[in-house]
Ligand binder design. Structure first.
Ligand code: DC
Length: 215
């Protein structure tokens, strides 16, 4: 059955709303959310930004599947340590390394076997799942993205703005799998949209693509 697997990818820069919308779709519509950024963050955090190939062999993520992936290390859920902007930069640094990218890509592809998946990151539609059923590219003005992150991190908008601008530049200019809009992606600018607006748009597209998948 063609509908055994249905994949939606959501790529875009920091603070564009990828994780928020992915979580919502996972909760409401029974998709499994694979947050590839969280894998880079975990690797950055656990190796202090300097992963060797051997470190990756020794990192055993205990990935729990509900409708989301939880990353455990030594029995502890590390979610609370990896979400700040400092860890975002560590993640962006380790994401330049080819063997780290191979590790994350393999992990994501292994998880996404049978079922409905929503996968967010920077290269999910361009590299990890080029044959995804629906590719979305989320974007928003830098200031608005910084405001969202500053609210989450409880820090100043100006500080965060500088940091995410630097991180985006690094993610766009790296040699391997840079942040880019896949040619066949639908772009949604979330600057002036509520989360419910974004949800309705994506939900409509999912419905349409899913209905046509078998025909
Ligand atoms: O989505 P995020 O902010 O949690 O991602 C953190 C960093 O991880 C991001 O700045 C670059 C890297 N990343 C990547 O290179 N490719 C992905 N598919 C996801 C994240």
């Amino acid at each position: 059955m063609k509908k055994d697997r249905f994949i939606v990818t959501i790529d875009g820069p920091a603070g564009s709303g990828k994780s928020t919308i992915s979580k919502l779709i996972a909760e409401r519509d029974g998709f499994l959310h694979i947050d590839t950024g969280a894998l880079y963050r975990a690797i950055g955090y656990l190796t202090d930004g300097q992963p060797t190939k051997n470190d990756l062999n020794n990192i055993h993520f205990n990935i729990r599947i509900n409708n989301k992936i939880e990353i455990f290390y030594n029995g502890e859920n590390i979610e609370k340590f990896i979400r700040n902007e400092e860890c975002g930069m560590l993640a962006s640094n380790v994401a330049k390394i080819d063997y780290v990218r191979d590790f994350v890509n393999k992990t994501a592809r292994k998880i996404a076997s049978v079922g409905k998946y929503i996968i967010d990151g920077r290269d999910c539609g361009s590299v990890i799942f080029p044959y995804a059923d629906l590719k979305i590219f989320l974007d928003a003005d830098l200031k608005e993205r910084a405001k969202r992150r500053a609210f989450e991190d409880k820090r100043s908008v100006e500080e965060i703005e500088k940091e995410i601008e630097k991180r985006d530049k690094q993610d766009k200019s790296r040699n391997i799998a840079p942040l880019m809009k896949p040619n066949d992606a639908v772009v949604i600018d979330t600057t002036n949209l509520t989360i419910e607006d974004v949800y309705s748009k994506i939900k409509e597209m999912i419905k349409e693509r899913y209905e046509h998948k078998d025909s």
